[in-house]
Design a protein around this ligand. Structure first.
Ligand SMILES: NC(=O)c1ccc[n+]([C@@H]2O[C@H](COP(=O)([O-])OP(=O)(O)OC[C@H]3O[C@@H](n4cnc5c(N)ncnc54)[C@H](O)[C@@H]3O)[C@@H](O)[C@H]2O)c1
Length: 245
């Protein structure tokens, strides 16, 4: 399978290239990043500069590149794995439109472990309907978006179990916690790869579900799995549920 890596000079782009190097079934057809200081046939500043053969684009770049990414993939009928987070509502609408024409795999977290955490957090929220649910995420101090896309994904999974609830970001000022709040707190420090904890507190007991990413290779491996999963799929929107269920 030949993949194109967008965001190739970033932390995740490099981790993905390293994972692809170790996988005999994967070849990197092109590396794309606006940060390249020199370019050639396989190192491009933008996707539109690459006209060679490929089976899938794997995107770990910046949400502002979403429209150009989708234009390229739709034009070339290429499946795309969108691992980038932080998309605006408009960009999410573009993703949904594109998924009518090409297979699109989108997940704010490419880890199978986080997909499992999502499942059990949703189950716990349903099993203890009166419990307070709080989500705390911790990432490195260079991360651009807060809260993390994964924390939002976990929060939205809780809302599937509790339609009356609403997400609350950060907390300050006066006033008691609203019963229907699902709080999300973002911590930024050091080199932390990413930790997500979901607390389910009934008053009498506290259940703590925590996933800790120790190495970025975790997300790169998951993204390659997603790219393989997309091959031969019909147009549509796919996510980690397809891989774990
Ligand atoms: N889904 C997951 O499992 C997962 C895991 C880790 C990170 N991420 C997300 O992946 C993205 C990249 O993370 P990172 O830590 O590698 O970031 P990074 O800042 O290290 O790298 C970003 C890359 O994108 C490129 N880029 C920046 N702005 C761009 C633009 N406007 N157009 C095109 N390219 C642009 C940069 O040149 C660089 O190559 C972020 O959105 C991050 O939240 C997702």
């Amino acid at each position: 399978m030949k993949i194109i890596i967008t965001g190739a000079t970033g932390r995740m782009g490099k981790a993905l290239a390293a994972a692809a190097e170790k996988d005999a079934a994967v070849e990197v057809a092109a590396f794309v990043s606006p940060e390249f200081t020199t370019t050639d046939e396989t190192h491009c500043l933008q996707l539109a500069d690459f006209a060679g053969e490929a089976d899938c684009v794997v995107d770990f770049s910046h949400h502002a590149a979403t429209a150009a990414l989708l234009d390229y993939c739709v034009e070339r009928r290429l499946p795309v794995v969108i691992a980038t987070t932080g998309q605006t509502e408009e960009e999410l609408a573009l993703i949904n439109e594109a998924a009518k024409k090409i297979p699109v795999f989108r997940s704010a977290n490419m880890s199978l472990g986080v997909a499992f955490l999502r499942q059990i957090a949703k189950k716990a929220a349903a099993l203890f309907p009166d419990a307070d649910v709080e989500i705390v995420e911790t990432h490195h101090n260079q991360k651009l978006d807060a809260p993390s896309g994964t924390a939002l994904m976990l929060g939205n999974a809780i809302l599937e179990a509790r339609p009356e609830a609403e997400l609350t970001f950060g907390r300050s000022g006066f006033g008691k916690r609203n019963k229907n709040e699902v709080g999300i707190q973002a911590v930024r420090m050091g080199n932390q790869v990413g930790t997500h904890s979901v607390y389910i507190d009934t008053g009498a007991e506290t259940i703590t579900l925590t996933h800790t990413a120790n190495d970025r290779s975790l997300f790169a491996d998951g993204a390659l799995q997603a790219a393989k999963y997309l091959l031969g799929k019909a147009p549509g929107l796919y996510d980690m549920r397809g891989l774990v269920e």
